[in-house]
Design a protein around this ligand. Structure first.
Ligand SMILES: Nc1ncnc2c1ncn2[C@@H]1O[C@H](COP(=O)(O)OP(=O)(O)OP(=O)(O)O)[C@@H](O)[C@H]1O
Ligand SMILES: [Mg+2]
Length: 371
């Protein structure tokens, strides 16, 4: 991009704003779907709302957009409270999963739609369309109709239509989920680049943790309407607050193995470990990421296990094992092979393992040590 274009762009988005949610709540009948959600998104920041289906992500986004009323709490954009303002007074652009282009309008006319509503015409309109189309690399396809475009190109038109409004804030609800896997990965990189170039404050909803990890400045993880943790992706991955976050972030997921803590020792499958700090007696869960364990000969690891299946995955092999009554996945190199039901040993990195309270899932910030 030419420097001049870049400067024009930066000027055009210099009004992007921060977003604050203070204890917002929403119920549908007696279904309390968003519970005391508080969140501060900094100017230019890209926050991804991540969580399982039905946890309240879309509802939260629709409240920010003004498409859903708020039962209690406050929403601020920049310095103004917008909690009860109509959507059109919030200067937000929202991109949905179904990008809903007008089939009988060209790319150019589709992108121009928000300008028509705002009664912008003539040269200003043409320039705005071209600028927005350039952002998503669609400037050569302005005269095409949606049916003449690929899924990814259609999605880009939807993005351009959102950009052309010069919003203070972007809201995106699973915008890539209708695309095939390859295109989704491609559009993910395009979105990341677009965010780098435009720097508009964005709240992006997905239930795809890879999308969240790669796009977000910070990831906000929700479960059953409650914000569990908000932090940069690395922090969420390396320092999860509870079992839910630990199990949700990472693929394959973290393994959890039952154990008991008694007299400052943790007993896991009959094997005793020390603790680097004193703890009350309780039931606890040991969390081990698949990449932090390895398979050795029987009786040579921390505990024994039996191979259930192995899955070759190109650059690595996933080994599913039974450990007593529990199951576990270990990530090994691609040349690893083992027969079904083979008895093996499992060694894990004590330093990289996690402990959680069994009763409420909260993280215990204590490490295991060898005895
Ligand atoms: N208009 C509505 N009326 C009644 N219940 C609703 C309405 N909209 C959403 N819900 C309910 O609120 C809960 C949260 O829905 P929401 O769409 O916010 O979830 P989500 O996290 O976006 O899920 P998904 O990942 O499947 O899109 C669900 O139980 C849903 O059935
Ligand atoms: Mg949704």
């Amino acid at each position: 991009m030419q420097l001049k274009d870049k400067m024009d762009n930066i000027q055009s988005i210099s009004h992007t704003k921060n977003l604050t949610l203070n204890n917002i709540n929403k119920s549908f009948g007696d279904n309390h779907v968003v519970k005391d959600l508080s969140l501060k998104v900094e100017k230019g920041e890209f926050v991804v709302l991540l969580g399982p289906s039905g946890c309240g992500k879309t509802t939260a986004l629709r409240m920010i957009a003004g498409l859903e009323s708020v039962d209690s709490g406050e929403i601020e954009i920049g310095d103004s409270v917008v909690t009860h303002k109509l959507p059109k007074f919030r200067n937000i652009s929202m991109v949905f999963q179904s990008y809903a282009l007008y089939p009988h309008k060209t790319v150019s006319e589709n992108i121009a739609f928000p300008l028509k509503v705002r009664k912008i015409s003539g040269d200003a309109r043409d320039k705005a369309i071209l600028d927005a189309a350039k952002q998503v690399h669609m400037e050569d396809l302005l005269d095409r109709y949606p049916r003449q475009l690929s899924g990814g190109q259609r999605q880009r038109v939807a993005l351009a239509r959102a950009i052309v409004r010069q919003p203070d804030i972007f809201l995106m609800d699973e915008p890539l989920s209708n695309l095939d896997a390859k295109l989704r990965v491609h559009m993910r990189t395009e979105l990341k680049r677009m965010q780098h170039e435009m720097g508009i404050t964005t709240v992006y909803v997905t239930h795809d943790q890879v999308e969240a990890m790669t796009l977000a400045n910070r990831v906000a993880i929700m479960n059953e309407g409650v914000l569990q943790q908000i932090a940069p992706p690395k922090e969420i991955y390396g320092n999860p607050k509870n079992v839910f976050v630990a199990g949700f972030m990472g693929s394959p997921a973290m393994n959890f193995i039952d154990g008991t803590i008694e007299n400052n020792e943790m007993n896991i499958l009959g094997r005793k470990f020390g603790l680097n700090e004193n703890l009350e007696n309780q039931n606890a869960l040991l969390g081990i990421r698949p990449e932090h364990a390895s398979i050795s000969e029987k009786d040579k690891g921390h505990f024994n296990a039996k191979v259930f299946t192995t899955e070759q995955a190109g650059d690595h092999t996933l080994v599913n094992l039974n450990v007593g009554e529990q199951s576990m996945v270990v990530k090994m190199s691609s040349d690893f092979e083992a027969d079904f039901d083979k008895e093996v040993g499992i060694t894990f990195s004590l330093e990289d393992s996690y402990l959680f309270q069994k009763n409420n899932g909260e993280r215990i910030e204590v490490r295991l040590v060898d005895k």
